[in-house]
Design a protein around this ligand. Sequence first.
Ligand code: HEC
Length: 230
Amino acid sequence: MIRIITVAVLLVAAVASCTKGEDSAGYEYTPDMYRSPAIEAYVDYGMIKDYAVDSLKELQSARLPGHGSIPFNSDSTAAAINMPYILDRPIEDYEAADSIANPIGPTEENLKEGARIYSFMCVHCHGEKGKGDGAVVAKSGHAAPGAYDGALKELSVGKMFHTLTHGKNMMGSHASQLSKKERWQVILHVQALQNGGVHPSNIVEEIADSTQSSEAAAVSEDALETNEGE
Ligand code: HEC
């Protein structure tokens, strides 16, 4: 009798596990081993272990990128802008900032954007022509910043970036209001103000034109092209 029951059970099990689909495993003894529950990376199920917690649903589930992570970019100019600014000590690193170069070029687009940013973020202190005579200074009697084409005429772009990033005395940091690219764009405009309103690169072009030096003209055209598509 036991033998008959055993044979019958085996027969039923064998028949039950047969299916038509050739990719199917048939009867699955441990289904989770074959098909793990799908967990989408950016969908928040609001789960803690096996419990759903409603208050956790719809919250950001992805973790923040690690400190110092930079977005991938195949454009070398954009990648250079994204590199971390390593001079993070406001006072001690000020002199070292001299060696930092502007990663973006004085293209028409960058100069225009720099002037636009200057017109609403800097003009009230520094004045339209960068003479240090903005309305805040004139009306409040606060100490005036130096004139860009006077006391600050020789100031390097690296130091400007350092001051915009960390602030200096009465001028606060602008790092939270302006992206690095925007800081470099407004610096192009400050360079123009240091130079009587025309960015030094334009003067190079004018000289190139007047002396018919095709080599210098080609160089400045190259410089512009490298920054296109920024
Ligand atoms: C609240 C007023 C105020 C605003 C707004 C302001 N600045 Fe200044 N800025 C100052 C003062 C004051 C100084 C002088 C700081 C010092 O050397 O003590 C200064 C200094 C500077 C310097 C010289 C930095 C150095 O290293 O000596 C630059 C360049 C500059 N500002 C650019 C900008 C730009 C660009 C903006 C707009 C994005 C801006 N500032 C917005 C008040 C301001």
